[in-house]
Write a protein that binds this ligand. Structure first.
Ligand SMILES: [Zn+2]
Length: 233
């Protein structure tokens, strides 16, 4: 079972291969590009939190991010629902399981403070299980909420959009570590793009997304997350 390692930090949106979306959702301006990992259509994703890693008052902020995406599940056409199953003591690898935990993933040079680990049983873009790892440096609960909302965008096919206008998408960057970007709710263009992603999924399933460890020249590194896929023996 092959997985590739991804530590994308600043990724330019792939403009060319996606169908155009109606104005004003222009890719790279208000809308993130698609072509990333996705939970299967209509998946009921079981969410587990390593609650020992978080302060009790932080948990509702984590859960709010899932609720926000659940609330647009019909609008996006994904049918994906995140269902909170409670506590776990370790990262889980059951089918359609998503673990949220803390871990030392902060990278000063790349300024990312969250990582998404994705496993695909069939080596394609469909997620079998995933883990969101949040560095302790993210202590502001509002930042936690925004960061998880962003990660879930990655879970539904969206790529980062650092060129997008401020507050136009949850896939925008976090300018400063531990400061919220005030994007906890999927924006209209996020919904439109997830819709595109799941429309495409009905026609074709892409292979696992390529390693996106790209730090484009001229782009500021950001304190984003971004996906790491861990090879399993
Ligand atoms: Zn990201």
């Amino acid at each position: 079972m092959l997985l590739s390692l991804i530590a994308c930090v600043a990724v330019r949106p792939a403009h060319t291969e996606n169908p155009p979306v109606p104005a004003p959702c222009r890719i790279g301006q208000q809308a993130p590009a698609i072509g990333f990992w996705t939970w299967a259509a209509n998946a009921h994703v079981k969410v587990y939190i390593v609650s020992a890693d978080f302060k009790p008052e932080e948990i509702p902020y984590l859960l709010k991010a899932f609720q926000n995406w659940n609330s647009v599940s019909e609008l996006t056409g994904s049918g994906v629902k995140f269902e909170y199953e409670g506590n776990t003591n370790q990262e889980l690898s059951c089918g359609n399981c998503l673990t949220v935990m803390r871990g030392p993933v902060f990278d000063k040079a790349k300024r990312h403070a969250t990582e998404l680990k994705v496993f695909s049983l069939h080596h394609d873009q469909i997620i079998s299980y995933a883990v969101i790892v949040i560095d302790p440096v993210l202590s502001n609960p509002k930042t936690l909420l925004d960061a998880v909302a962003h990660e879930l965008g990655h879970n539904l096919g969206l790529l980062d959009c650092y060129t997008c206008k401020k507050k136009s998408t949850v896939m925008n960057q976090f300018k400063t570590i531990n400061v919220p970007n005030d994007m906890a709710m999927p924006a209209p263009c996020d919904i439109a793009q997830v819709r595109e992603a799941y429309k495409e999924l009905k026609v074709r399933v892409r292979p696992s997304p390529p390693n996106r460890n790209l730090l484009d020249e001229g782009e500021e590194p950001v304190d984003d997350d971004t996906p790491i896929i861990i090879p399993k023996p």
